[in-house]
Design a protein around this ligand. Structure first.
Ligand SMILES: [Zn+2]
Ligand SMILES: [Zn+2]
Length: 243
């Protein structure tokens, strides 16, 4: 199983790439996790034609994780006209905020599959398990398993007890890393880099830092993660992470 970071930033794109998009490949299947701004062009540049994906999974309906799904609606029309899209692409997602969900529903472009905590989805021999996270909107992290290996994508979250279940036995954790411990407060919608790095040390996982702030202190983020887990790295786009 392997994962390629297509877009590594949180909130808004930077000059060198967009927000939150990951290509997961394993067990004979391909799944795209999140599609923020810049995801469509990023997937194209990295050689994944969307008609060939088994599914798209949206962790939550914040725009930096789903805005390019709206642009994909127009591409799907072209794929259908060209006969490249026989069935609508399955789109796994939470059904709140209800106005954003209704907007996606109204497009009629996707085969919508609502997820809840603990739901599992299988694509050939790739298994995804959705874990409810804690964030201002309904959010699911994803545990991915194939070929006896596991990796996790935390999505956006603050600390919660599901994180330990999510990352247990995962060799790599692709983790929300946009808030340094010094900037963290009770109102923060994101866990601190220090806390998520400590959790990944406890699960003996490598931590790959994603959802990076486009104008943030990336050296500081890496340093803080390394202080808790020596097996930490800043996420890089266009690179396959093999597990
Ligand atoms: Zn986000
Ligand atoms: Zn979010």
């Amino acid at each position: 199983m392997k994962l390629k970071i297509i877009c590594k930033y949180g909130r808004y794109p930077a000059a060198d790439g967009g927000t939150s998009c990951f290509w997961l490949s394993g067990g004979g299947a391909n799944v795209v996790m999140d599609m923020g701004g810049g995801a469509l062009i990023g997937l194209e540049q990295n050689g994944l034609p969307l008609p060939d994906t088994d599914a798209i999974a949206l962790s939550h309906l914040h725009f930096d994780h789903m805005s390019d799904v709206l642009a994909l609606v127009y591409k799907c029309e072209i794929y259908e006209r060209e006969g490249r899209l026989k069935n609508k692409i399955p789109l796994y997602l939470p059904d709140t905020p209800s106005d954003v969900f209704a907007l996606l529903e109204r497009t009629g472009a996707f085969d919508l599959r609502v997820v809840k905590d603990g739901d599992e989805a299988f694509f050939k021999s790739l298994k995804l398990t959705f874990f409810a996270m804690k964030h201002p909107v309904e959010t699911y992290a994803v545990r991915c398993e194939a070929d006896g290996k596991a990796l996790a994508y935390t999505a956006d979250t603050v600390y919660n007890e599901n994180i330990a279940r999510l990352i247990e036995g995962c060799s790599s954790v692709f983790a929300d890393a946009c808030v340094l411990a010094r900037d963290f407060n009770e109102k923060s919608p994101h866990i601190s880099v220090r806390d998520i790095a400590r959790l990944t040390r406890e699960s003996r996982s490598k931590i790959v830092l994603i959802h990076l702030p486009p104008e943030g202190d990336l050296d500081g983020i890496l340093e803080e993660a390394l202080s808790e887990n020596e097996n930490a790295a800043l996420g890089e786009t266009g690179v396959w992470y093999e597990v």
